[in-house]
Design a protein around this ligand. Structure first.
Ligand code: 3MF
Ligand code: MG
Ligand code: MG
Length: 413
């Protein structure tokens, strides 16, 4: 193939995108509770060892592009849109006013707000640092974010305490730090109760998000389970207001099955919000878009969520790769991520009504014949033995659903 002139490259990408077919319309996409983070689209491709590859984008552009794609909801960190120096000053009100206009003009809703308590130098010793003024500032920051949430009509507030930990142990008393951190969540809830009353709105759902490693080496609340322990510890004043925002890759990173982590959140009635992405176990937070690494696992995750009626947001918390241009971010990355979500979600619906899966599951539940002596382990084993091959058959059937063989797709052999 001859070299592709620069001005022909975007048209080539467009042509191949439409040749892929199978994309959904913006109206179809808007039927799902899909939320697009400001930071995901505005990510410039930089990392600790890698320079940025894309230009800076403001919220106006991101909101406009999400609207065009059919992503119905937008979410943001406070400092994604308001410089740290403007927080709490006139600049904040002016920016929030412009965000409100931009959302209205484009028909988007703000679903969630979150506080950046990990990037700025003030969080070097975490938001629950020894210095009481740092902690007071952290409390004010989450209260301020809750206020922004009410102004923009959000339903959720998320907390990712990524800097709550250390590189080298000794200086930090873990228990004391956790108690201080709980005070920060309590401050957010108290402010929320006050503002909800004032604005005659429901209180927000406060969602904690865990990540096992990054940006510090040892994190005090590394998993969703540890956050459940905090929520139920007695340190949280309004535990009914606080739940989880698990992230698929954060759970996978430490080697657990994300589906099992989600099941534990569901068991506690705490699956409020869900960050969807993909990546690898045992690696850092590569934030690949949903379904590009573990589509079969994703199908299984959605079977679980559909089985138990999860109705919260699906937040596209991933990073478009640094090989993708800004045009690619909005014409390849986000539309295809949304469409893989929809496909996998609908596929999970098919799995739930698949007659083979239904019969296999029913048979497992029916079990073999009951034996006379309920203490005879060998007889109980023999009575159920042949049915257990259905475990593998079920996995095979899910694979077939993933590749469309349940719908008659065949391969040349
Ligand atoms: C980091 C994350 C965060 C959180 C965000 C929401 C930047 O790995 O996943 O995204 O989702 O801070 O509070
Ligand atoms: Mg993450
Ligand atoms: Mg996340």
């Amino acid at each position: 193939m001859a070299a592709i002139p620069v001005d022909q490259q975007q048209p080539l990408v467009e042509r191949l995108m439409s040749a892929c077919e199978g994309s959904y319309t913006p109206d179809q996409r808007r039927k799902y509770f899909i939320t697009g983070p400001q930071w995901a689209a505005a990510y410039e491709g930089h990392s600790l060892f890698q320079d940025k590859t894309r230009e800076t984008l403001g919220f106006e552009r991101v909101i406009e592009e999400y609207a065009r794609i059919g992503i119905g909801y937008w979410c943001t960190h406070d400092t994604d849109v308001i410089p740290t120096t403007a927080l709490g000053h006139d600049g904040q009100e002016e920016i929030i006013g412009r965000i409100g206009e931009s959302l209205k003009k484009n028909g988007l809703k703000c679903s969630m707000v979150t506080t950046e308590t990990f990037h700025n130098a003030v969080w070097a010793a975490s938001p629950a640092a020894h210095a009481d003024q740092v902690r007071e500032y952290a409390n004010w920051r989450v209260e301020n974010t809750v206020a922004i949430g009410h102004q923009l009509g959000a339903q959720y507030a998320v907390y990712w305490p990524g800097a709550l930990g250390y590189f080298i142990q000794g200086a930090m008393d873990e228990l004391q730090t956790l108690k201080w951190y709980a005070e920060c969540i309590n401050a957010a809830c108290a402010k929320d109760i006050e503002l909800a009353k004032k604005h005659n709105r429901a209180t927000l759902k406060h969602c904690m998000e865990a990540k096992p490693f990054e940006p510090v080496a040892e994190i005090l609340l590394p998993t969703s389970d540890s956050m459940l322990a905090l929520i139920f510890s007695g340190l949280i004043k309004h535990p009914a207001m606080v739940g989880l925002n698990p992230e698929y890759l954060h759970e996978l990173m430490w080697g657990t099955a994300p589906r099992a982590a989600l099941a534990r959140a569901l068991m506690c009635g705490k699956l409020f919000h869900f960050d969807i992405n993909d990546g690898y176990s045992g690696k850092h937070d590569v934030d690949i878009a949903i379904g590009l690494v573990n589509p079969l696992d994703w199908l299984n995750v959605f079977v679980l969520l559909r089985s138990y009626g999860y109705s919260g947001p699906f937040n596209l918390d991933y990073k478009p790769p640094r090989t993708t241009s800004v045009h690619g971010v909005f014409h390849v990355s986000f539309p295809t991520a949304v469409d893989r979500f929809i496909t996998l979600w609908e596929m999970a619906g098919e799995a739930l009504t698949d007659p083979i899966l239904q019969q296999a599951t029913d048979a497992l539940k029916a079990g073999g014949p009951r034996v006379a002596n309920g203490l005879d382990a060998a007889a109980i084993t023999a009575a159920n033995k042949e049915l257990l091959s259905l475990h593998e058959l079920i996995s095979h059937r899910l694979f077939q659903i993933l590749i469309g063989q349940n719908k008659g797709r065949t391969f040349s052999v």
